[in-house]
Design a protein around this ligand. Structure first.
Ligand code: HEM
Length: 396
């Protein structure tokens, strides 16, 4: 058997578009491989598409944070296991997971998403207008992507947009590996108290929003509601911001694809291919085996931790021909940017709407849009569970 790779080796993102070369090599040659976690536990890393779907859809693999070896690190050091908080259903297995998730599925129906599509178009146009009034160059993340995504998520949940700074820092502090644990915990506490207070205010003055409907359902405690809202905010904000940023950068760098997109800015397959190509959830998708299981010619033992690399799975040549090419004509079905199985992204259709509206508005309103610096100078946020750019300098 080959030597296990180390956890540190798999955290080694240096390219704006491509996952670490080690993960790409493994995806081709050894899609299920042993990996030594920060605690010393020798578990597994999965980089193949088919095996990733098997792990994420087989109930033998648990996402219960309360069991197994906790592989989350800050500055390379393992952090103490966190308790599963009431309502934080991403860290639960069915039936608890199902109970909470079911209460939110009505927020993401096709009818609701159609209503959101119109609102997101309006918000994209408004934020672009403000940016354009400032001059002919900008950091697109700060001036367009972040405010657009933040306002959409705030309106969806029912957080007054003028108060968004109270919790806007939370996703970055929890995703960024190089931020101190104490800073993450402080941001977590502050956000928790802000949302818990908002729950009280919405009880008195309900609105037409997710939070008010959760309260009206009358099935949950304030603590459960607060944690569910924090989950939706953290899961929805930084991912969508990253995906729109990385997709814009991909278009501005691959100018042939930009021309194709300009010619057909409502192409759903272009958005799907950008999601596959950028796959922003790059680290810390992990599960714990509840019993021994034979998979991919190996025996995964009970209590083993298994990490799935979504970016590597989405570049698996056994699934996608020429996987490193950005190709709007390819068959994108089965792409895994939103994960797979019972935890597959709840907000994926809203994310598609926001990315589509953001890109369409940019190309239609700014025909001369281009990068203002060479690609190598665009600062990558690589050491983060969600890959993105710290800034995206553009001009038009
Ligand atoms: C491009 C943007 C997005 C990406 C790439 C993304 C990706 C993902 C992935 C990979 C998972 C599964 C995690 C796992 O299996 O461990 C997930 C779950 C989740 N996402 Fe997203 N997401 C995006 C946008 C959103 C939005 C806009 C929302 C809501 C407004 C959202 C809400 C959630 C929630 C609540 C879960 C947990 C689902 C569960 O445990 O059942 N996401 N997302």
């Amino acid at each position: 058997m080959s030597e296990p790779i180390t956890y540190q080796q798999h955290w080694d993102r240096t390219d704006h578009f491509d996952p670490p070369s080690l993960l790409l090599d493994l995806s081709r040659e050894r899609p299920l491989t042993r990996m030594t976690y920060p605690s010393g536990h020798v578990g597994w890393l999965v980089t193949g598409h088919e095996l990733s779907r098997e792990i994420l859809s087989n109930p033998v693999f648990s996402h219960n944070y309360g069991i197994g070896h906790f592989p989350i690190t800050k500055k390379g050091k393992q952090i103490p296991p966190l308790p599963v908080m009431p309502g934080m259903f991403i860290h639960m297995d069915p039936p608890d997971h199902t109970k909470y998730r079911k209460l939110l599925t009505g927020e993401f129906t096709t009818r609701r998403m159609n209503q959101w599509a119109d609102r997101v178009d309006v918000l994209a146009a408004e934020h672009l207008k403000v940016m354009r009034e400032q001059g002919t160059s900008a950091d697109l993340v700060a001036s367009f992507v972040r405010p657009l995504v933040l306002q959409v998520i705030c309106e969806l949940i029912g957080i007054p947009y003028e108060e968004c700074e109270k919790i806007a820092q939370l996703p970055d502090t929890s995703n960024d590996e190089s931020i101190e644990l104490d800073d993450e915990l402080a941001a977590g506490r502050e956000s928790f108290f802000y949302v818990r207070d908002l729950v009280q205010r919405k009880r008195d003055e309900p609105g037409d929003d997710m939070l008010s409907r959760l309260i009206a359902a009358g099935e949950l405690t304030d603590q459960e509601i607060t944690n569910m809202i924090l989950l939706v905010f953290v899961a929805g904000y930084s991912t969508t911001e990253a995906a729109l940023t990385c997709s814009t950068l991909a278009l501005l760098h691959h100018t042939d694809r930009l021309a194709e997109f300009r010619a057909n800015p409502r192409s759903a397959n272009a958005i799907e291919e950008l999601l596959r190509y950028t796959t922003v959830n790059q680290y810390q998708i992990f599960r714990t085996a509840l019993e021994d299981i034979e998979l991919g010619g190996e025996t995964i033992r009970k209590d083993d931790t298994v990490t799935v690399s979504l970016p590597a799975a989405n570049r698996d040549p056994a699934k996608f021909g020429c996987p490193h090419a950005l190709d709007f004509d390819r068959d994108t079905s089965g792409q895994m940017a939103f994960g797979y199985g019972v935890h597959m992204c709840l907000g994926q259709n809203l994310a598609r709407i926001v990315i589509g509206a953001g890109l369409r508005t940019l190309v239609e309103e700014l025909p001369g849009l281009e990068l203002a610096v060479p690609l190598e100078e665009v600062p990558l946020r690589g050491r983060s569970t969600v890959v993105s750019m710290l800034e995206l300098p553009v001009r038009w």
